[in-house]
Design a binder for this molecule. Structure first.
Ligand code: F3S
Length: 71
């Protein structure tokens, strides 16, 4: 299980995240990223990493889920 975080100060709306992984990311009214799912597992982890790798701003972070329930 991984936790997904998007730094909205870095996101400028390239839209690659929600093009690549529409089940995890969506867009707000300005085309900026909106996270649909903050926790992923299985195949969705690879998808989340792919989206993170493809964000030109490096705004997407896929982090260990320490189970604390925060975020
Ligand atoms: Fe924003 Fe990066 Fe997605 S700039 S819209 S988080 S690809």
């Amino acid at each position: 299980m991984k936790k997904i975080r998007v730094d909205l100060d870095l996101c400028v709306g390239h839209g690659r995240c929600y093009e690549l992984a529409p089940e995890i990311f969506g867009e707000d009214e300005r085309g900026h990223c909106r996270v649909h799912r903050t926790k992923v597992d299985g195949e969705d982890v690879a998808l989340a990493f792919r989206a993170a790798d493809n964000c030109p701003e490096g705004a997407i972070f896929v982090e260990a889920d320490d189970g604390s329930g925060e975020g």
